[in-house]
Design a protein around this ligand. Structure first.
Ligand code: COA
Length: 185
């Protein structure tokens, strides 16, 4: 299948929101959950800001349809969500690749979401790398979290993409891994 990878523009928001709804915790079908889910909820306004102020939304399209997305942005962008406020507060206690982490030397990657028919096909590696290359110009370190029960995402990120666990934390009864990656790799 011929896919196009690009930074999203405002016309892609409807497609991103449709894909997001399919796999976000509040709206995902029960049978899809074992193959991963997205935690964070988004509004149209937040995606507009992500595109216009952060150049932080990457999409893969197939015949004009959004079949995958990756979000990536400054900590400043994410700071309104409680889980990210918590991660920001902890950043200075963490080191990765010889650096004490901060909101200036790292950014928050994710969520990532790939529509079911396109999983396991290499879209993961391609969309991750497209987003990484965009952000590498601004930040040396990528930081993200994965819910411990999202075993597919954990396998994909640690085994296929090479992200490394830098700590584990618990928030509101959920157990999370926090991971990092050197964007110059
Ligand atoms: C997470 C996600 C982006 C990974 O992309 P993907 O195309 O599915 O990844 P791949 O299939 O290439 O790799 C996943 C690996 O996990 C393994 N795997 C598959 N299902 C699994 C499961 N239920 N539990 C654990 N591992 C699983 C696969 O075997 C595969 O490794 P392999 O190819 O070496 O065998 C995609 O599944 C997705 O969008 N899921 C829904 C949303 C989501 O969870 N986003 C991440 C939030 S942190």
């Amino acid at each position: 299948m011929e896919l196009e990878f690009k930074l999203a523009s405002l016309e892609d928001i409807d497609g991103v929101l449709a894909l997001h709804r399919k796999y976000q915790l509040a709206t995902i079908a029960e049978e899809d959950k074992p193959d991963g889910f997205v935690t964070t909820a988004f509004t149209r306004e937040q995606l507009t800001q992500l595109i216009e102020q952060e150049q932080g939304l990457t999409v893969a399209t197939h015949e004009g349809q959004v079949v995958a997305y990756v979000m990536a942005a400054s900590w400043q962008f994410w700071s309104g969500w409680p889980i990210f406020a918590y991660m920001i507060a902890q950043l200075p206690t963490l080191t990765y690749a010889g650096r004490q982490l901060s909101t200036t030397n790292s950014y928050q990657y994710g969520p990532i979401c790939i529509d079911k028919p396109h999983r396991g096909s290499g879209v993961l590696e391609r969309i991750f790398d497209f987003s990484r290359a965009q952000m590498a110009v601004r930040y040396p370190v990528l930081v993200t979290f994965i819910n411990r029960i999202n075993t597919r995402s954990y396998a994909a990120h640690t085994q296929k993409l090479g992200l490394e666990v830098i700590r584990e934390f618990e928030l509101n009864g959920n157990q999370y891994y926090e991971l990092a990656y050197d964007t110059s790799k």
